[in-house]
Design a protein around this ligand. Structure first.
Ligand code: BGC
Length: 809
């Protein structure tokens, strides 16, 4: 295929071996279902309630049985041919003779949910109907086993349990509608059961002996209503499992799939137990990250008194079989901690186990989390009695901490003196301490950097002993002189201009082709990119710095688009759950399980396979850049977009994201790793300031991006909407140039998120190469003419965009 043929001509060229389309193909959907089964987490299973014994009679309760939520909303949504709910899954199992169902109940819910959809509700934003007593009585006469399904939906632009303070902030109309709707359905916030759900649960508990719960949710929710509840012996966290998630959940409850997923977040007893909750809604204009590096299990396993607040620890998940993990040896070799272990399936069913290696660095002067995940490995499917040896390793340097205040060495990564300890197990709480320690007599600096993106208004941060330390504050950065900032409304939702081409004869066109600089000359090695860029007029370079009109089935716009210089218009598309094409195009794609579920597989190889399959769909539809993976940290259960993100732990997020990028870029589809960084709240997402220490930035919020940059070389990174310590992410030179390029040697290009509130030329100066979805050429041109930006600064970003385009097929 000729270079850029897909972008230039939008051919209908299927990628399947037999000339068939791969988009939304049976093979891809089967992979989606398989992944869904691999990431579901069994958190409770008393008396071997699950898997259901062959022939079990089952009553299905809850509108979630029908109202299946395949994934979250906004750019994380996907247009699909169909969605399979849990009832459909169980009907297949009934047809296969595994269970029998009391159909009247799901039929009742089916009718009710249909009516709610017809009245405008979307999946997950429906109300729990009161189940008639006579149906309960009939169901009780039929069986003593009930399965309750609870579902949840969230999306872009609003948080779970929103609260707007009286700070003069005006909501957009659609934000307001969504927040009001959510508040009216979820009286207690969607973390908790609604009153209707709670009443249904009580009714089921009162009437059935075996009550099983299936949670079709995007992440952290209340688990206290079932954790110690005797009447509920089994619970499956089935997540939002993509288009066949309902089938995958049925696979797991019937035992056709043995669950092997593990939690990637800590499940605390109440929402208030998460340290991030207190400040989450304090202001609409800023969030203080006072808990610092103590996010998720780093908080719950370290801070005195926090451990008992945990219902289910990070890394936890049950299986229908049992495993024994024997540590065969641990050592430090060539700067690496290496642990060898043997995992044996000691139960009666084939299954997979995840071996997790944690380290604990000495408290020293900086203070450290009690345990931090250093490496993990999922086994293959082990038959009963079968053993697999695994090797886990990470570098000694990975255990260093960032010393932002200079307690040991200012702005350096330091390994403090003392004993480093290690733990191996299948969740953070139960991991066993090894005899082996790594001992350091004196503190060592592993990397010396400078202070970047420091906080100005964050007054205090949490320490390992549960006290707070005061942080230095000041008035914040002083903005460089320049153009008066644009009114925000002129930055919202504009489409890129479609450039007119003057009337030309074929002769003139051919003449221009001979004389104009042409990017193809760079492809063919006739000139260097620098030589090519030097020949382009400044206006052409400025044109490259903004989003370009959609072509074909794209709806999130393109990059490039200077046909007179041989530069194609490369299309972009969302998103983390699959290629998102708008319904009116008539193209259905594969909806993969949500990112949280994928992370719960703890299986980077499987995620890589999905990245490749998804990348093929992107390519087949003539799109070049896939706006995924999204790797923000699950800082708070309240963030509306957690389902799109992987984990509370940067290593899991980084390894999962890197696998995704490797898979998709093997198809030469550019990844856009987002949202760089600290986009952990959706309310007022374009103007909320994330106030965070340099240490927490580097050890928690930037870490996943760092791993992905170093392991997978993504073509692009998307900066986030929010501010970080007073500076818009897209204008944040410290982050985009200082850390991303200076420290990590990132070779790709940076895009803004779509329609940021940043000033275009200031973004360019910071190293944010392109403004999406639309650039403001006239503003950059004016800034150039007034001397606020140089041609070199413009050319540098243009060159990075062209380098990215040159990497495409
Ligand atoms: C989202 C991004 C998305 C982009 C394009 C933005 O609103 O934050 O994640 O990729 O839109 O749809």
């Amino acid at each position: 295929m000729g270079k850029w043929q897909r972008s230039l001509y939008q051919p209908v060229l299927p990628l399947g071996k037999d000339g068939k389309r791969v988009t939304g193909s049976a093979e891809h959907i089967a992979l989606s279902r398989k992944a869904a089964g691999e990431g579901m987490v069994l958190v409770k299973n008393e008396n071997d309630t699950l898997p259901l014994a062959k022939g079990t009679k089952v009553a299905l309760f809850g509108k979630g049985t029908i109202d299946y939520v395949k994934g979250g909303g906004g750019s994380g949504d996907v247009t699909v041919a169909y969605i399979r709910n849990f009832y459909e899954g169980m009907k297949i199992k009934e047809a296969e003779g595994e269970v029998s169902l009391f159909h009247e109940l799901p039929e009742f819910y089916e009718k009710n949910v249909k009516e709610q959809y017809a009245a405008g509700a979307v999946p997950g934003m429906t109300r729990e109907p009161e189940v008639p007593d006579e149906l309960v009585t009939k169901a009780k006469a039929y069986t003593d086993t009930a399965i309750i399904t609870i579902c949840r939906f969230s999306g872009e632009g609003w948080d779970r349990k929103c609260q707007i303070n009286d700070e003069g902030y005006e909501l957009f109309e659609d934000e307001k509608k969504q927040i009001e709707l959510s508040a009216s359905i979820f009286e207690n916030g969607d973390f908790c059961l609604t009153n209707g759900e709670a009443a249904m649960v009580e009714k089921v508990k009162a009437n059935f002996k075996n009550v099983i719960v299936v949670m079709n949710v995007g992440g952290m929710v209340d688990t206290s209503w079932f954790k110690d509840c005797k009447e509920i012996p089994a619970v499956l966290m089935a997540w939002q499992g993509g288009m066949e998630g309902g089938l995958a959940a049925a696979d797991v409850v019937t035992g056709d799939v043995n669950p092997s997923g593990k939690l990637v977040d800590t499940y605390a007893a109440t929402l208030e137990d998460y340290p991030s909750t207190e400040n989450f809604h304090k202001s609409v204009y800023y969030v203080d990250y006072n808990e610092d590096i103590y996010v998720g299990y780093r908080y719950f396993e370290t801070i005195p008194g926090a451990a008992e607040k945990v219902n289910y620890p990070f890394g936890f998940g049950l299986s229908y079989t049992s495993f024994e993990t024997e540590v065969l040896g641990a050592e430090e070799k060539d700067g690496k901690i290496v642990v060898k272990a043997a995992v044996t399936n000691t139960g009666k069913r084939a299954g997979k186990e995840v071996v997790q290696l944690y380290y604990g660095a000495p408290q020293g002067k900086l203070g450290k989390p009690a345990k931090e995940l250093g490496a993990y490995r999922k086994t293959r499917l082990l038959q009963p009695g079968e053993t697999q040896r695994v090797v886990l390793s990470f570098t000694v340097e990975d255990m260093a901490s960032f010393d932002d205040l200079g307690k040991v060495a200012k702005s350096a990564y330091v390994l403090e003196a003392g004993s480093y300890v290690f733990y191996v197990g299948n969740n953070v709480r139960d991991a066993k301490k090894l005899d082996f320690t790594y001992d350091l007599a004196e503190a060592e600096v592993t990397a010396q950097y400078t202070s970047l993106a420091a906080p100005h208004k964050l007054e205090k941060r949490l320490l390992a002993d549960g006290t707070y330390e005061a942080l230095p504050t000041d008035n914040g950065p002083v903005e460089e002189e320049g153009l008066e900032r644009q009114d925000k409304l002129t930055l919202e939702g504009f489409l890129p201009a479609v450039k007119a081409q003057e009337r030309k004869s074929f002769g003139e066109l051919m003449e221009a082709a001979k004389t104009n600089p042409n990017l193809m000359n760079v492809v063919e090695g006739k000139e260097t990119l620098d030589e090519f860029v030097d020949k382009l007029p400044t206006e052409a370079l400025i044109h490259l710095l903004g989003g370009q009109p959609n072509t074909g089935v794209a709806n999130t716009f393109g990059m490039g688009n200077l046909p007179e210089y041989g530069i194609p218009n490369i299309m972009t598309a969302d998103g983390p759950a699959g290629l998102r094409i708008q319904p009116q195009c008539g193209v259905n794609t594969t909806a993969w399980p949500c990112a949280t579920l994928l992370a719960c597989t703890w299986d980077p190889e499987l995620i890589e396979e999905i990245g490749k399959a998804g990348g093929e769909e992107v390519k087949e539809n003539n799109i070049g850049i896939w706006l995924t993976p999204a790797v923000n940290i699950h800082r708070s259960p309240l963030c509306g977009r957690n389902f799109e993100y992987y984990s509370e732990d940067p290593l899991v997020a980084g390894k999962s994201g890197a696998a995704m990028v490797r898979g998709m870029q093997s198809e030469r589809i550019g990844a856009s790793v987002k949202h760089f960084c600290c986009n952990n709240k959706e309310t007022n997402r374009k103007d909320s300031d994330s106030r965070v220490s340099e240490r927490a930035l580097r050890e928690i919020y930037l870490k996943a991006f760092e791993i992905i940059v170093k392991e997978a070389d993504p073509y692009t990174i998307m900066s986030s909407y929010n501010l970080i310590n007073g500076v818009q992410a897209s204008e944040n030179k410290d982050l985009l140039t200082g850390i991303l390029r200076g420290e990590w040697d990132f070779k790709g290009m940076v895009t803004t998120d779509w329609w940021t509130h940043g000033e275009h030329y200031r973004e360019t100066k910071a190293g944010n190469d392109i403004k999406m979805a639309n650039g403001y050429e006239e503003r950059v041109q004016e800034a150039f003419e007034k001397g606020y930006i140089t041609r070199d600064e413009i050319a540098l970003c243009a060159k990075r965009i062209l380098t990215m385009i040159l990497r495409m097929d």
